[in-house]
Ligand binder design. Structure first.
Ligand code: ADP
Ligand code: MG
Ligand code: ZN
Length: 483
């Protein structure tokens, strides 16, 4: 029997990411949202005799993803049929890549921030990335009890990214998924939308005695649609398996679902060692031979990846790991930050303001985003803080007004008569008053209790509605008290 502490959790992740092509994988039907069953043709409806023809844009995006993740790209890969029966799969098989995938043997290096508390570094192997078509979408109507099928999604292009079982905790798994999601968005192949199912995660969990090389029986948790739930599902499942093993029971391989309401993992089906999908080479498609020059072309399109940007923000801009990590969560946010700096913002100030204030009101829509104020206005506002014309606290108030009234900083400042009190005589007058009204605190300061100064500064700030320059108030109070 095993003690809980002698067991370690092993996690491997499969991600299905929808590619941002204009048309489907094997036909010319569009991929944009549309009324149910309006984007369907004989090919994606699976009518007998309809022949697929491969979308080159999808191949290019798959190659780009492989390059971003350091994979070997196979100059020739193959499509196979994976047979199973389900109402959302009209052909009775899914066209996927099994024997020879498009990309293999990649790697993603994680550097976790203090925020998610994962091990500081972890290198995660990417076993393979392959192309495949999506199934149609089943819609279950609770009211009528009917199930409807929307074929718009049938044949949509996906890449499946399969990791090695290299992850060791829920926080590492979510760090991996976040990094992967942001990388796919940065290279423009996926919109990172978990709720819409364009980025879907299956998580495999097993436990084994620490130090053992063999893998234990795993449980596959299907289609979890939020990173928070991924972490919870792993924690719950890992605990259940540990407890089973420590009671001397066996873990049986199975497919499960995480139920958020019950915060529990529930068996969907027992899974034999190899489910029989009767894979065989797709007879209607020739081997996928990459066009001349495609790898080089896609390499040039990869651009700066989020983890490289994060390192650069830390190194060149002095931004903290946590802030840098947040800025690279989404390409539009990183772009906003970089434009702010290009327009003259002090990098650390801009990073902090974006992460702590502005980010809450950014509205994402796929790889695009809309911001509460544009970069130029943010830079104007932050410049006032740099010059000492606004305290940071005041700048936050001004920012709120800028957002609600859609105006620039100077308009808010004029309208509210907010400008910082920079006038030495006025500040001194307020300080004199505060010292007079707080003789006990003033005496303790003079007696050596320097910490009390904060109280007096606070009183001055209060008397000036936060508008006095804190540096000036500090200096003036000290001068007056030590006189
Ligand atoms: P399948 O295609 O049947 O889901 P694979 O062997 O291709 O199975 O593995 C799929 C995923 O499961 C991979 O991400 C892999 O890392 C992970 N995995 C495989 N075995 C284990 C295990 N024992 N524990 C945790 N993860 C595992
Ligand atoms: Mg699987
Ligand atoms: Zn079609």
């Amino acid at each position: 029997m095993l003690a809980l502490s002698e067991l370690e959790t092993i996690i491997g992740v499969e991600v299905h990411a929808r590619l941002l092509t204009r048309t489907k994988l094997f036909c010319r039907c569009g991929t944009q949202p549309s009324a149910p069953n309006t984007r369907v043709c004989p090919v994606c409806a699976g009518l007998p005799g309809a022949l697929p023809s491969l979308n080159e844009a999808a191949v290019a995006m798959g190659v780009r993803a492989g390059l971003a993740l350091g994979c070997t790209i196979n100059a020739t890969s193959r499509f196979d049929r994976k047979s199973y029966f389900y109402p959302d799969l009209p052909k009775g098989f899914q066209c996927t890549q099994y024997a020879v995938p498009l990309c293999e043997r990649g790697r993603l290096e994680l550097e976790a921030s203090a925020r998610d508390g994962a091990a500081s570094r972890r290198s995660v192997g990417i076993r393979r990335i392959h192309l495949e078509e999506d199934a149609a979408k089943s819609v279950h109507e609770a009211a009528s009890g009917r199930s409807l099928i929307d074929f718009n999604r049938a044949g949509a292009p996906l890449i499946e990214i399969v990791s090695e079982p290299d992850l060791r905790s829920s926080s590492e798994a979510s760090a991996y998924l976040r990094a992967l999601r942001s990388a796919l968005m940065f290279i423009g192949v996926n919109d990172g939308n978990l709720e819409d199912g364009s980025f879907r995660c299956d998580v495999n969990v097993s436990v084994r005695p620490r130090g053992s090389d063999a893998l234990g029986a795993r449980c596959e948790l299907k289609n979890i649609n939020s990173f928070r739930f991924v972490a919870r599902a792993i924690e719950v499942e890992s605990r259940k398996q540990r407890e089973a093993l420590s009671r001397g029971e066996r873990v049986r391989q199975c497919t499960k679902q995480y139920n958020a309401e019950r915060d529990d993992t529930v068996v969907l089906r027992e899974k034999g060692e190899a489910e029989d999908y009767r894979y065989f080479a797709e007879p209607d498609l020739p081997p996928l031979v990459l066009p001349e020059g495609m790898i080089a072309r896609e390499r040039a399109r990869v651009g700066e990846l989020p983890w490289d940007k994060r390192a650069r923000y830390q190194r060149d801009c002095g931004v903290s790991l946590e802030s840098a990590d947040t800025l690279v969560e989404h390409p539009a946010l990183a772009r906003y930050f970089e434009r702010s700096i290009a327009l003259g913002a002090t990098p650390v100030r801009a990073a902090n303001f974006i992460v702590n204030e502005l980010r809450r009101e950014v509205r994402y829509s796929g790889v695009e985003a809309s911001f509460p104020i544009d970069e130029a206005r943010l830079v104007e506002l932050l410049a006032l803080v740099d010059e000492g014309a606004l305290s940071l606290k005041l700048a936050k108030d001004v920012y709120r007004r800028m957002v609600s009234d859609r105006v620039n900083a100077s308009a808010v400042i004029d309208a509210l008569g907010l400008s910082v009190i920079d006038d030495d005589a006025r500040i001194e007058a307020v300080c004199v008053g505060v010292i007079r009204d707080n003789p006990r605190q003033a005496d303790s300061f003079r007696a050596g209790k320097k910490g009390i100064l904060g109280f007096l500064v606070g009183a001055v700030m209060k008397a000036t509605d936060g508008r006095a320059s804190p540096e000036k108030v500090n200096a003036t109070l000290i001068r007056l008290l030590e006189r």
